[in-house]
Design a protein around this ligand. Sequence first.
Ligand code: HEC
Length: 170
Amino acid sequence: MTKPMHFARFLLPLAPMLLAACSERPTQQSDEAATSGYVIGLGEIMGLNQMRHAKLWFAGQADNWPLAAYELEELREGFSDAMRYHAHHKSVPRPLTEMIPEYMDVPLANLDRVVASRDKAGFIKAYDALTAGCNGCHEEADFGYNVITRPTAPPYSNQAFEPAGPDGTR
Ligand code: HEC
């Protein structure tokens, strides 16, 4: 008997067990996530949103309103991924699909408004309200030791926050 056949004879009785193990999936994953086999963690999504939150601040400070609008959209996408992949999360008391809209919808809508009207004073107020929303949700989620603040320095040294000139110069 050749070696591969020997191997097959050994594996064959295990086949039902192997198949059963492969078909077990965590119940909270979407079908999409189950087929790709990878689900981004909530902590990772939040880490990305922390970066966008910081970039949003420096975009607003530099009157770079198109960049601010972009970061706002990215923040929204991050939160929509959080709700899609982590509708229920560990010991968080309520579904994220309830909590995120409650804490984020109003501040994000206010930011849309002030960014569209290039209102710098309004931006600062709306930005602080967004940050308060992040912290309100962290507290309710038993995660109050993670405190978000206004950033004091740009997160990256290789990105300019000032608007580019008409020909792309600064
Ligand atoms: C559901 C309400 C909720 C909202 C709204 C929310 N967070 Fe979170 N955040 C969480 C939870 C829950 C965790 C813990 C996730 C985990 O298990 O790692 C977290 C974790 C974090 C972390 C830690 C990530 C790490 O790896 O260090 C950061 C940073 C963070 N959030 C930033 C923000 C920012 C910035 C905002 C607002 C723009 C925000 N969060 C809004 C619930 C929320």
